[in-house]
Design a protein around this ligand. Structure first.
Ligand code: TEU
Ligand code: CA
Length: 571
């Protein structure tokens, strides 16, 4: 595999609206981000991904863009954005923007012009399709519920929206549209961005005959992703984008792709792949039920581990994946993946250890580094997210009681991860002096940066140690290119793997990451002497295993270690 500058980096996702408000309007902003660059640098972050900061009516929190060339005024100005770029550069950091080009906002000039002239040039930028027998062209359900077709007023046409009706899908078949998008991408890259996180990109290729599918719900609709899964040729679009934009700038791209087919992995993220990398969502898919959030479930440690291991084994043969615990669309990982008894600081350090040291580039999501958790709400009106409101209705329609529907939202809502960053125990978690756009999680009084900053055993300080270890001169090579080899899979609750770097001559460098997610202790044979590189609890057990060279280590519940093997067999 070709080496790339980003392979050994640590990335961090900022959800700007909830990061830090500098002017008291209750909304996070660029000035707030700039003021925390040193905090991020100290955390060991190299690459920052900003969720969308473009002008937007915020129907879907900025994933509905009304002007690709403007910064949302809620977030600041283009001058402030340029300042952010300059300040990151000064610190040797890189910035990724979110590229949302499957759709735009219905407030975008293109869509407004299309509505004004439904048979004119700009209608061709969208999918304006004639209805069938006075009804929608097909039976697609949008990702956010309800029909994916919306009538174009005054015509017998409908426009396609795979997400909210305020997010009309762009027509990638149209070369003029593609040209506009490429110009826009290049304009941003010329500014000095390192690249993009690419939103919902698998959806850009449509089957223009828009076939209906077997209904998969009581509404008689079929989820629109079926059409995307059937249609061929999306790769040609990806190559076209790459050729006209990313390749010219050697930009880093991380694609949001669900339902990846394993025989297409190389085409996507191999050496000459469409993208630099893509997120591994396999663990997140596992928690999804077949019928929306109502049937979501908590995977067992074993299932979760085995799913990640399978992904790792497959992906390392092909490219360099991007690993996450959570993002702005997923519930907090500590709440979702950790067993109840492990939802504490030790458990949070554990999940950090086993995720950040996997093969690939880790993306830390804001607040994860202090162990932020899901936020319980007592009423559906307390949620803001458009997807949550829909899932609540869907759950009710499926026969759930209001209590059950609310529980499903509390467990799965995208607002779990969107609550304000918890900076301090002061008013509004130190996020704003005004009224926050979304209430902070009440646990900010206990869980916050200020409290953890100077406490040596805090989750925050552990993350700092972990990223420092990952990037240390001695072990960086192994953590970046070392082979991922699972171990101790016979133990249900043990999440353990090696990163093995073949030596030029002689012994390989063998690092063992071993974590016990179980309720009771596990003793592992280390098959040789070990040195402890990191321990989440700094227990006596780890010290002893190192000192007496017993060839075994006992891990208590929620205990994890990173060990360098000094001798003995390698797996
Ligand atoms: O998400 C695309 C997507 O397919 C999933 O995230 C999923 O459908 C959704 O979150 C339901 O749980 C991206 C963005 O990450 C998301 O925030 C946007 O809402 C969406 O695209 C539309 O731009
Ligand atoms: Ca603000």
């Amino acid at each position: 595999m070709n080496r790339k500058w980003w392979h050994d980096k640590v990335a961090y996702q900022i959800y700007p609206k909830s990061f830090l408000d500098s002017n008291g309007d209750g909304i996070g902003d660029l000035r707030g981000i700039i003021s925390k660059l040193d905090y991020l640098k100290e955390l060991g972050v190299d690459i920052i991904w900003l969720s969308p900061i473009y002008q937007s009516p915020f129907v879907d929190q900025g994933y509905d863009i009304s002007d690709y060339y403007k910064i949302a005024e809620e977030f600041g100005t283009m001058e402030e954005f340029d300042e952010l770029l300059a300040e990151t550069k000064k610190r040797g950091m890189y910035v990724l923007m979110d590229l949302v080009v499957n759709h735009c906002s219905d407030r975008h000039e293109w869509f407004q012009k299309a509505l004004a002239d439904p048979y004119g040039k700009y209608a061709g930028y969208f999918h304006f399709v004639k209805g069938k027998d006075g009804k929608e062209p097909s039976n697609y359900r949008s990702y956010f519920g309800g029909s994916a077709w919306e009538p174009v007023p005054g015509t017998d046409l409908y426009y396609l929206h795979m997400f909210a009706k305020e997010q009309p899908d762009l027509n990638w078949e149209n070369p003029e549209l593609r040209k506009e998008i490429y110009q826009m991408i290049n304009w941003w890259l010329d500014k000095g961005l390192a690249g993009f996180r690419i939103d919902a990109i698998i959806n850009i290729k449509k089957d223009l005959s828009f076939p209906s599918f077997e209904p998969d719900g009581p509404d008689g609709l079929a989820i629109c992703v079926k059409m995307v899964e059937e249609v061929q040729g999306v790769g040609e679009y990806f190559e076209d984008i790459k050729k006209h934009t990313f390749a010219k700038h050697d930009a880093f791209t991380v694609a949001e792709v669900f339902n990846m087919k394993s025989d297409e992995l190389a085409e996507f993220i191999g050496d000459d792949g469409h993208f630099s990398t893509m997120f591994d969502f396999s663990a997140h898919m596992l928690a999804q039920g077949d019928q929306g959030w109502l049937r979501s479930r908590k995977p067992s440690v074993r299932e979760w581990r085995d799913t990640i291991f399978h992904s790792q084994a497959t992906l390392q043969e092909v490219g360099h994946p991007a690993n996450i615990i959570e993002n702005h669309d997923e519930p907090r990982g500590a709440s979702r993946f950790l067993p109840d008894y492990a939802q504490n600081e030790a458990g949070k350090k554990l999940i950090a250890t086993t995720t950040l040291l996997l093969y690939g580039i880790p993306f830390i999501y804001q607040g994860q580094e202090i162990g932020m958790m899901n936020c319980q709400r007592d009423d559906i009106s307390e949620f803001d997210d458009i997807n949550t409101t829909d899932q609540y209705q869907e759950a009710l329609a499926a026969g759930a009681s209001p209590e059950e529907a609310l529980r499903a939202c509390n467990e799965n809502s995208r607002d779990n991860a969107r609550t304000p960053m918890q900076w301090s125990s002061g008013a509004n978690a130190g996020f704003t002096d005004g009224t926050p756009w979304l209430s902070p999680n009440p646990n900010y009084r206990e869980i916050n940066v200020a409290e953890q900053e100077n406490r040596p055993d805090s989750v925050l300080n552990y993350y700092r140690k972990l990223t420092a270890l990952k990037k240390s001169p001695e072990y960086k090579e192994a953590f970046t290119y070392g082979k991922f080899v699972p171990d101790y899979q016979e133990y249900d609750d043990v999440f353990a793997y090696h990163r093995i770097l073949d030596g030029e001559e002689g012994e390989p460098q063998d690092i063992l990451v071993a974590a016990n997610y179980g309720r009771g202790p596990w003793t592992l044979e280390t098959r040789g002497r070990v040195k402890v590189l990191l321990s989440n609890t700094e227990s006596e057990g780890a010290k002893q295993a190192e000192a007496d060279g017993a060839g075994r280590i006992t891990l208590e519940s929620c205990e994890g270690v990173v060990l360098l093997k000094l001798d003995g067999e390698h797996v």
